[in-house]
Design a protein around this ligand. Structure first.
Ligand code: DGT
Ligand code: CA
Ligand code: CA
Ligand code: ZN
Length: 568
């Protein structure tokens, strides 16, 4: 039920923003929605007095949740809904189209859907509307181009896959997901699951169990069935299940993990050796040479096993043949999270709660990096920051607690505080949070100035893209990488599945330019602390080893890096 309540609260926040309500109020409902979605207990079974103990939930939101419990709806939400024409909410999701303009397009052109908008742009209709110039048309076109339609984010696919794999464990010993999810690709088209069965009857039992998980069967046969997921965030996502004999599991796993380009390249290696590779195994004529494990298959081809995130045909086959597959960074090597928030700014949990929640992860260190004053919505002040520092210093923890901040990189590359104030922090992340539309030259200069700041240690979510929602900024990455390498500024691999920023291909280029990285969750809630795996997967797609990642290093080495060559 929490998802339904969170959905209504989120809708209310969006509607308030569209109707021009108090932005702080909208922000509060957004925060509450996040907290409710991540709350462990079903909020509709909780007493109103208990509800207010959820971070971000005050009296009036608690009353709305109780109202939902009683009536199945929230009157205030319905009232706001009545003020907004249908489709406007959908339109505000187009990157670059704010609430005001979405209302205007609805009123003047009757645009009610994203496809209406696409048609109107291509017919040049926007040009006749007051306030819409060629620049806004271009911005909307770019926005439409990044909107994902039929692919889902990693966390959505992973939760669907984990549920289904877990349920299938009752029917078979060996079952796991393959495909793009196993490769940690940033978006997932469909989930591919592989299971083993000893005989046909066993295979049929597995297929039956799988079919019973959904009302929507796309296709079903003795060895392959596809359904659409029936529950959870991934409702509607296609899931393919293949059932194979245990003795060809390795060859099948290799085949269905892909990528297709990797498979084509590996098959070429087989052909050159006079062999034939398929999902059933590696053959010489009719003789089966290898198939039980992936290791066996790669070894019989004269290669190292290739970690799935590298399987994109970008040099990994050659590296495998030369026995030069790097020892990719692993999640268990991460010693700390260097970018996290609390409810002092836009996080939903208190400082003490976030730290208590992070401790079981076994980190050696943990940085609190709340937002700085120039992001005015966050209402940060010097006094609040210093008071937080004192609270942090007084906390006992199994982790070394670092006091940091997330600075805003202004259009000219400057950041919120002067060097004197900044020198009081253990470390600083600096990120672009506004003026995304600067041209390449200005944007590049902006990043370089930030890197040259002796107190800026990590550039947060460097592209500032949001997958399917906001395009990347236009920056000369070659210049940025050079500046990072020479100044000792790390680039972030932001682990939020909505960001994954930097992405793998750029990580590799940056690493080749001598850049170091910090894999961080940018956690705003308890749940976000669990996102580290997506960052590690992304780093693996960039071929990173622990030597490249500063938050796998012992604290002393990290501190040395954070000094950026300063004496203290
Ligand atoms: P997705 O689903 O678009 O996120 O990406 P994948 O990589 O999961 O693609 P999918 O689901 O179409 O197929 C899963 C794997 O199966 C794919 O990575 C490689 C293998 N595969 C599928 N079709 C072919 C094919 O026609 N040729 C080859 N060589 N491999 C294929
Ligand atoms: Ca797939
Ligand atoms: Ca598939
Ligand atoms: Zn942040």
């Amino acid at each position: 039920m929490n998802e339904a309540v969170a959905g209504l609260l989120r809708e209310y926040a969006e509607l308030l923003a569209i109707t021009g309500g108090d932005p702080f109020r909208a922000r509060n409902y957004e925060k509450a929605a996040k907290a409710v979605a991540g709350h462990p207990a079903d909020v509709t079974t909780m007493a109103e007095s208990a509800l207010t103990s959820i971070p971000g939930v005050g009296k009036s939101i608690a009353a709305k949740i109780t109202e939902f419990k009683r009536t199945g709806t929230i009157k205030a939400v319905e009232e706001q809904r009545a003020k907004v024409p249908p489709g406007v909410r959908e339109l505000t999701r187009v990157p670059g189209l704010g609430p005001k303009r979405a209302m205007q397009l609805s009123r003047e052109l009757g645009i009610a859907t994203v496809s209406d908008l696409e048609a109107a742009v291509s017919e040049g209709k926007l040009r006749n509307i007051a306030g819409f110039g060629p620049k806004s048309e271009e911005r909307i076109l770019r926005g439409l181009a990044v909107m994902t339609t039929d692919r889902v984010l990693l966390n959505v696919a992973l939760s669907t896959a984990t549920d289904i794999v877990g349920a299938l464990r009752d029917s078979t010993e060996r079952v796991e997901y393959a495909g793009s999810l196993r490769r940690w690709r940033e978006t997932i088209g469909d989930v591919d699951i592989l299971a083993t069965a000893g005989d046909d009857a066993h295979a049929e039992r597995i297929m039956t169990a799988f079919r019973e998980m959904s009302d929507e069967i796309v296709v079903s046969g003795p060895t392959k069935t596809s359904i659409r997921a029936a529950t959870g965030a991934g409702t509607g996502l296609q899931v393919d299940l293949r059932v194979v004999r245990p003795e060809c599991y390795g060859a099948a796993l290799q085949y269905f993990t892909g990528s297709q380009a990797h498979n084509v390249a590996v098959r070429q290696v087989a052909i050159r050796a006079g062999l034939k590779l398929s999902e059933y195994g590696l053959f010489r004529g009719d003789e089966l040479i290898a198939s039980a494990t992936e290791d066996d298959v790669y070894a019989a081809l004269g290669m190292d096993w290739v970690p799935p995130p590298m399987r994109e045909d970008t040099g990994e086959v050659e590296a495998g043949i030369k026995r030069q597959i790097p020892a990719l960074v692993q999640e268990k090597e991460i010693r700390g999270d260097l970018h996290t928030h609390t409810n002092l700014t836009d996080g939903v949990a208190s400082l003490e709660e976030m730290i208590r929640q992070a401790e079981p992860k076994g980190y050696a260190y943990y940085a609190v990096t709340d937002h700085a004053p120039n992001l005015i919505m966050q209402r940060m002040t010097d006094e609040k920051m210093l008071a937080q520092r004192a609270r942090l210093a007084a906390l006992a923890s199994s982790m070394v607690l670092l006091h940091g901040t997330e600075l805003n990189i202004a259009p000219d590359g400057s950041v919120d505080w002067d060097e004197d104030f900044l020198s009081g922090f253990d470390m600083c992340v600096a990120s672009v949070h506004s003026h995304f539309d600067q041209d390449r030259r200005a944007m590049t200069k902006r990043f370089i100035v930030a890197c040259e700041n002796p107190r800026v240690n990590i550039i947060g979510h460097p592209l500032t893209r949001k997958i399917g929602r906001r395009p990347p900024v236009d920056v000369d990455l070659g210049e940025l990488f050079k500046a990072c390498a020479t100044t000792g500024t790390a680039l972030e691999v932001n682990a939020s599945p909505a960001r994954l920023d930097l992405p793998g291909d750029y990580i590799r280029q940056a690493r080749d330019a001598g850049v170091k990285f910090a894999i961080d969750t940018d956690a705003h809630s308890f749940g976000d602390l669990e996102n580290m795996k997506y960052g590690v997967g992304t780093a693996q797609r960039g071929w990173l080893t622990s030597g490249d990642v500063i938050n796998t290093w012992p604290l002393e080495n990290l501190r040395e890096f954070l000094r950026k060559g300063r004496a203290s």
